[in-house]
Structures are given as structure tokens and as C-alpha cells.
Design a protein around this ligand. Structure first.
Ligand SMILES: [Zn+2]
Ligand SMILES: [Zn+2]
Length: 125
């Protein structure tokens, strides 16, 4: 009997934790705290940014249809700050676009520039 191994070919830019995994990771065990729960289309949890003492969950995480993870802190942290904090926890891909132009990335990945822009990639400043 032949065994065929099935390999899942992931062609996405990076693998990262899902919204649910991250939400649960930063959830606390205080009774009644809504963290680590689904909220609308996304998940709500405590903000991982160290400057943000988030006793009331204000980080919203949403898995977007195109495979991206959307993060939003209602406490006012920038997306960059949240992503940096997630990266420290190894919950976000290490590789960044810093120093790489979108055009170069598109070329490296063999993807149309408009496609990357559609995914939300932007040139870093
Ligand atoms: Zn909590
Ligand atoms: Zn925050």
C-alpha cells in the first residue's frame, strides 16, 4: 500500500498565530473579564504593549479573509506598537518589510504589486 504524504503548500508571506490563539494567549483569569472571547467578527483581549497597562481588554484581533490579521487597540496604541509587542512574543512573523520596498517584495514573491497592496502591505518609512 502506498502512502502519500500530503503537504500543505503555504504560499503566504509568513505564518503567524491566528486571532484566537493570540486572544487566548493574552487573556487573564479574572472572573467576568471579557478577554479571550469572540467579539463580533474578531477577538478581544488585553493589549500586549508594555506601555499600555490594559486592565480592561482593549485589543481587537480579526482574521481577515485574505489571511491577514488585523489588530486594533482601542486604548490608542498604534498598530506598529501592537505588532512589535506580538513579535516579541513570537506571535508575529519576524520578517518585516523594513528596508524592503513593496516593489522588491512583489518581485521576490512573484506577485503583482497591486495584489500586495490589496493585502494591506505598505512600504515602510
Ligand atoms: Zn482579562
Ligand atoms: Zn494598547
Amino acid at each position: 500500500m502506498n502512502t502519500f504524504s500530503t503537504h500543505c503548500i503555504t504560499n503566504g508571506p509568513q505564518v503567524r498565530a491566528s486571532a484566537e490563539v493570540i486572544a487566548k494567549r493574552f487573556s487573564c483569569d479574572r472572573p467576568g473579564c471579557p478577554c479571550g472571547k469572540r467579539q463580533g467578527k474578531g477577538w478581544i483581549t488585553h493589549c500586549p504593549v508594555s506601555d499600555h497597562d490594559d486592565d480592561r481588554p482593549s485589543l481587537n484581533l480579526t482574521d481577515a479573509i485574505n489571511g491577514r490579521l488585523l489588530v486594533h487597540c482601542f486604548g490608542g496604541c498604534s498598530q506598529d506598537a501592537v505588532i512589535a509587542a506580538l513579535r516579541e512574543q513570537r506571535l508575529w512573523p519576524e520578517t518585516t518589510l523594513q528596508g524592503v520596498t513593496l516593489g522588491a517584495l512583489a518581485q521576490a514573491k512573484g506577485l503583482p504589486l497591486d495584489f500586495l497592496k490589496g493585502l494591506g502591505w505598505r512600504d515602510s518609512k
